[in-house]
Design a protein around this ligand. Structure first.
Ligand code: AHG
Ligand code: MN
Ligand code: MN
Length: 333
């Protein structure tokens, strides 16, 4: 039996090709270590007492799960010491996390959702970690929130770990999308899914239909047409899925196509959307576009949005090109 190509080999080779310094490879390695540690905690679950609520609220006003807090800590501790980052920002922290005194400061910024889909933890359904790597602006050694507020087009790397039946790591550095599966006995992510591509057409959609009465007319129209199936204007039956873990939905779409919508709605007029631009929408949009898909708010390309707040929320519609373009056209017609 032969050991496949490890993710470290893969990114080191990419680094040699592009003449990189190794800083980026080092950041990614530390993030992978955190993902393996989170996978381990998620996997052991109740055996090690990590399920349930932490009985605290995050800056988003959401009650944190114990695993939200543990995963956040694992990402911070695994990444703070390496000397390649200048700061971190997380969905679970109000403010930017500076590199603690005593560690060297580097040229990258790391942004993450330490545990995505955390409503699924206690019921043993897939969850994940989403991350994005940005460059720290030149000359900045103590970054503040404004240094992180870069459009998604400026991401150096985006990825997610999916803690499902198998633990997988899917990432892009702007040269396509590759997927790696964790071999627990070896302790390495091994390349298993080369150059992942999203099929252009699909007959499967994902949306939280309980919000239906709050949707805008273009989304209502699109979903109504899907639901009408063979008897409606689309003249085809559609299938529906809703995992409530964006990581799992995006992974399904990367594997067999589909469209995912968490659109703008009127449920809470103070929020522009449900998903967070910096921690969820931007990294996933980078991956989806690199795999040949489309990602939009319905009215604008997500990667072009100029962020105004670290915790800003946006509408997200992403996936198979033909379907997402159809939804965009409903927003303009
Ligand atoms: P998080 O667990 O990081 O707060 O994110 C959950 C997100 C996303 O993953 C998922 O698609 C969506 O929220 C689920 O929303 P509903 O609870 O409305 O189903
Ligand atoms: Mn999330
Ligand atoms: Mn989260």
């Amino acid at each position: 039996m032969q050991l496949g190509e490890t993710i470290t080999q893969f990114i080191t080779q990419e680094q040699r090709r592009t003449g990189g310094t190794g800083d980026f490879t080092a950041v990614l390695n530390d993030t992978l270590t955190a993902c393996k540690a989170i996978a381990n905690a998620v996997n052991k679950g109740a055996l090690v007492g990590v399920l349930g609520s932490a009985e605290k609220e995050n800056v988003q006003g959401e009650t944190q799960k114990k695993l939200d807090v543990i995963s956040n800590m694992m990402m911070l501790k695994s990444n703070e010491w390496g000397g390649h980052l200048a700061g971190m920002a997380s969905e679970e922290m109000d403010d930017v996390y500076p590199i603690p005194d005593g560690y060297p400061v580097g040229k990258y910024l790391l942004v993450f959702d330490p545990l995505d889909g955390s409503s699924n933890i206690d019921v043993n359904i897939s969850v994940g970690t989403i991350f994005s790597i940005l460059r720290c602006p030149d000359g900045v050694t103590r970054p503040t929130a404004k240094d992180f507020l870069q459009p998604g087009t400026r991401q150096v790397c985006a990825g997610y770990a999916l803690y499902g039946p198998a633990t997988m790591l899917v990432m892009t550095t702007g040269q396509g999308v590759n997927g790696f599966t964790l071999d627990r006995n070896v302790g390495e992510f091994i390349l298993t899914h080369t150059n992942m591509r999203i099929p252009e057409s699909t007959r499967e959609f994902a949306i939280n239909a309980s919000n239906g009465r709050f949707w805008e007319p273009p989304v209502k129209r699109y979903i109504d047409e899907c639901l009408a199936g063979k008897d409606g204007p689309r003249k085809e039956n559609f299938n529906m899925r809703w995992v409530a873990s964006m990581v799992a939905e995006v992974h399904r779409i990367l594997t067999r196509g589909g469209i995912f919508l968490y659109p703008k709605d009127t449920k809470d007029p103070t929020k522009e959307g449900r998903l967070r631009l910096m921690y969820e929408a931007n990294p996933m949009s980078f991956i989806v576009e690199q795999a040949g898909g489309v990602s939009t708010t319905g009215r604008a390309r997500i990667l072009d949005i100029e962020p105004h707040d670290l915790h800003q929320r946006v509408p997200v519609i992403l996936g198979s090109r033909q379907e997402v373009e159809r939804v965009i056209s409903y927003h303009t017609s």
